[in-house]
Write a protein that binds this ligand. Structure first.
Ligand SMILES: Cc1cc2nc3c(=O)[nH]c(=O)nc-3n(C[C@H](O)[C@H](O)[C@H](O)COP(=O)(O)OP(=O)(O)OC[C@H]3O[C@@H](n4cnc5c(N)ncnc54)[C@H](O)[C@@H]3O)c2cc1C
Length: 459
């Protein structure tokens, strides 16, 4: 049995009464109203909103490992309003008003995460300080201004440019030319939220079976290594792990994101750095980086850069990559030299789900009873909440504002077979770092790689 508390900083800092001892597996075949596969945020928010709406429903959640084992327990803790697909893309397919409605619904969903957690008594350290994107070079400044202008063109005008003094006052990062502040983001302790949700739905009568591997999902049934679950509705909530299900090998690609955490830093260091509102932070480079000041006074900091593994493999040894973890440490020290030699106490990672078209989706096929949600790429903390509420409405056949949002019913096409998938994703993952190197060398905006990336991202 793996030591679950060593999975990440978040698992290691769960309340002492949560030992992460696995719940029992499914004992025998059974018959239920709704079977949910995967006990991450998607599965558990769905269970939560369903049982809240109709306590008489018989719902089971089937989980291969333990609740919160996947990305939901390990992430950067940004409850942001970011979507993987661009507003332009949504507007092109559904019209400008729908793109705006989708974005505003995401804004409201950040608050819903905080509201629901508070109502359920889950202390997940929710702090809505917004998101700070540091601007540290001329090309980054051009992109930041263009980003603000782009949002304004959609009538979304509460993202603000901060001049260098104002930016430094919020967070004294190095080489600041300014920053972009987006108020629609909260920092959370993700494992507290996902574990709290599991305990909460269980108290309300949802049955959670852990240590139960699902091998296939079918209309009306889930096939597990412990027996068969017959269900009117089957919800697939397996995100990056989806390729392990029969027939879904190419549905989504697992991409690794890796993180580090420092030891708790003294107040004197935080008074130099700031981040007193616990704003989440990144900067305007092409490579994805993300950080937060945790409630217990550490930096939790992550980024991409780990390779895609052939045939969509997910293995515990992929969670740690010395080169990427060292790069993250160097980057954090460049951003905040004030941390000096603070020890790195935790190094971990996990797989998120990348759909072929970078467009997340949620839906229910009424004819078969098969429901799904996912494809959030690196931005699922809030989106999973919206997915859970939307799935509950769809399953309960309620026509609401949520069930007509532009991502409802969206299905991404399959990835290419191997080895094409491996070649394409490996190459694409190298582009952002190459673009950053070009900009650092020349001081000019990188256009060619940015264009290719944009095409790959469907922007
Ligand atoms: C390191 C990292 C940092 C991230 N940072 C952020 C961030 O700051 N903000 C943000 O918005 N998003 C972030 N993300 C993405 C976000 O965490 C995910 O989008 C989100 O948690 C997905 O939730 P989920 O419930 O759909 O999937 P998961 O949490 O991955 O849950 C899927 C569950 O299904 C189970 N499962 C899989 N296959 C089977 C099977 N065959 N049988 C039974 N059970 C199965 C798994 O064990 C797992 O528990 C990050 C992801 C990672 C890995």
């Amino acid at each position: 049995m793996p030591d679950h508390r060593s999975l990440s900083l978040w698992h290691d800092t769960l309340p002492a009464d949560d030992t992460m001892q696995p719940r029992a597996g499914l004992a025998s075949s059974t018959d239920v109203d709704i079977a949910i596969v995967g006990a991450g945020f998607t599965g558990l928010w769905t269970a939560h909103y369903l049982i809240e709406a109709d306590p008489s429903l018989r719902i089971v959640v089937l989980e291969r490992d333990v609740a919160g084992f996947g990305a939901s327990g390990r992430n950067g803790g940004w409850a942001s309003a970011i979507l993987p697909m661009s507003l332009d893309r949504i507007a092109a397919e559904h019209g400008r008003d729908e793109a705006i409605r989708m974005q505003r619904t995401m804004y409201a969903s950040v608050d819903e995460v905080g509201r629901a957690a508070a109502e359920l008594g889950i202390e997940c350290h929710f702090a809505k300080g917004g998101q700070l994107d540091f601007v540290r070079s001329a090309p980054q400044a051009r992109r930041a201004r263009a980003h603000i202008g782009h949002l304004r063109a959609f009538g979304l005008d509460d993202v603000r440019w901060l001049d260098p003094d104002e930016a430094t006052e919020r967070a004294a990062a190095s080489d600041l030319l300014g920053a972009v502040h987006d108020p629609h983001c909260a920092a959370i302790h993700p494992a507290r939220l996902v574990r709290g949700l599991a305990a909460s739905v269980e108290r309300r009568g949802v049955e959670i079976y852990e240590q139960t591997t699902v091998s296939a999902i079918e209309p009306g049934a889930v096939v597990t290594d412990h027996g068969r679950v017959r269900a009117d509705i089957v919800v697939r909530a397996t995100e990056g792990f989806t390729p392990s299900l029969a027939g879904l090998k190419r549905a989504i690609a697992p991409i690794y994101s890796l993180m580090i955490a420092t030891e708790p830093l003294p107040d004197s260091v935080w008074s130099e750095i700031g981040l007193s509102h616990r704003d989440t932070f990144a900067d305007g480079r092409h490579s994805i980086i993300y950080g937060q000041r945790t409630a217990d006074g550490r930096f939790a900091f992550g980024g991409r850069g780990a390779p895609y593994h052939f045939a969509s493999a997910i293995k515990p040894e992929f969670d740690r990559d010395d080169k990427v973890h060292a790069m993250l440490h160097t980057t954090l020290r460049e951003l905040f030299p004030q941390i000096g030699d603070a020890a790195i106490t935790h190094r971990w990672g996990g797989a998120l789900g990348m759909p072929r078209d970078w467009y997340c989706g949620v839906g229910l096929d009424a004819a078969t009873g098969m429901a799904w949600a996912g494809g959030y790429v690196g931005d699922g903390v809030t989106t999973t909440n919206l997915a859970g509420r939307t799935l509950a409405d769809l399953i309960l056949r309620r026509n609401t504002e949520l069930t007509t949002l532009p991502w409802v019913g969206h299905r991404s096409r399959n990835w290419e077979p191997e080895p094409i998938r491996w070649l394409a994703i490996r190459s694409a993952l190298k582009l952002p770092a190459a673009a950053d190197r070009y900009e650092a060398r020349t001081g000019k905006n990188e256009r060619a790689r940015t264009w290719i990336l944009g095409k790959l991202l469907g922007r």
